[in-house]
Design a protein around this ligand. Sequence first.
Ligand code: NAD
Length: 433
Amino acid sequence: MESHLISNIKSRSANIGIIGMGYVGLPLIIRFVEEGFKTIGFDIDEQKVNILNAGENYIKHIDDKKIKTIVKNGFKATTDFSEISSVDIIIICVPTPLSVDKKPDLSYIRGTLQSIKKHLKKNQLMILESTSYPGTTEEEIVSLIKRKGFLIGDNYFIGYSPEREDPGNPNYTTKTIPKVVSGFTKNCLELTNELYGQVIDQTVPVSSTRAAEMTKILENIHRAVNIGLVNELKMVTDKMDIDIYEVIEAASTKPFGFTPYYPGPGLGGHCIPIDPFYLTWKAKELGMETRFIELAGEVNSNMPYYVVNKVDEALNTIGKSISDSRILVLGLAYKKNVDDTRESPSLTIIDLLIKKGADVQYSDPYLPEAPKTRKYNFELKSIKISKETIKGFDLILLSTDHDDVDYKLIENESKLIVDTRGKLRHSDNVFSA
Ligand SMILES: NC(=O)c1ccc[n+]([C@@H]2O[C@H](COP(=O)([O-])OP(=O)(O)OC[C@H]3O[C@@H](n4cnc5c(N)ncnc54)[C@H](O)[C@@H]3O)[C@@H](O)[C@H]2O)c1
């Protein structure tokens, strides 16, 4: 094996290039710069590049000071992919969404490879971090490098290491979350493991890039299926007049064999609603079915409709209907204490309510304006919660339970509340959904 690369990694003199400076790429950049690695960030989004180079930040849960510090320490961002030839390590963190018909959309990975392929040079280590089905690293990256005539494991190295992030959770950081690492050959694994070992407390080597890809997908299927299960049970217990949250709390006292999952208005975020379907698609190629994934997907994606039915039911009790009501949706983000609205069920719910004729507003301390997405453009601004504003609404729909909200005020002043998070369920005027 080319010994320079491993010694450069160990001495932290290896140059790092991170492609895709989003929720995954940016924290990783910060980590490498903090440990003294010279790091360049690549993105096709010129605005992001300019913001970072000016020492500014665009991700709310990342500390602004950290961006200033990395820029001071020599980090630079660029849209010029020819600079790939100046780095020793390439880490790809670009999006892997689903197409409208739930097929993997690898166009971002392919676009990246297209723009860097003529700038690649021998003795680089290229690592994919984007989530995808088992086989992606081999099919997309190994094949490209082979076509270039490089010898993988000898004069070019390829790894896969899935990202694990829990934005908004103060208990874990990029440094302290154990990281699964893999390589296409033994040498590739050794380098990948050594690299992440410099910046992450614990690495978890696995035997192949396919095993590492599958590990990430398993983690997300595990959540999607269990959330689907508890969402289904919530609808059943509601009919039985049993409080699902009380049941989950009680079951959680079992010291073994039970992990609590909580119901909600549906699944959101970049990972859980999407990644499991990457496996479904790949399994179909092999003539296999993934019924748990499909069933959980069905239950979870029906939750916004269930919530809207609950809103209708609640309004009927005061002789109103959705079409003649003013409704305030609390929380746009897909989960609490973040500003991320990707796949957020709140957006689907707002859309359904508007289509049914309601006058809908929202309040979210993390999102002053409703972002324009591929599907929705509501042109709404966040309403500030006060006694007066609450009184102007027929119903308050708690969709995201951010901590930084005056729930006591909402509880006391609202005419009707529909609560999808179990936060206010003990009040009289509250319908659980
Ligand atoms: N967000 C999470 O919590 C999380 C957690 C684990 C894994 N992942 C996975 O990590 C990957 C990245 O997700 P993310 O949340 O960081 O996405 P993101 O949308 O926040 O960021 C992706 C970035 O890549 C850039 N980009 C797109 N195409 C590009 C190209 N051709 N060249 C260079 N840059 C390009 C975009 O402009 C954007 O800045 C996805 O595969 C995702 O499934 C995300």
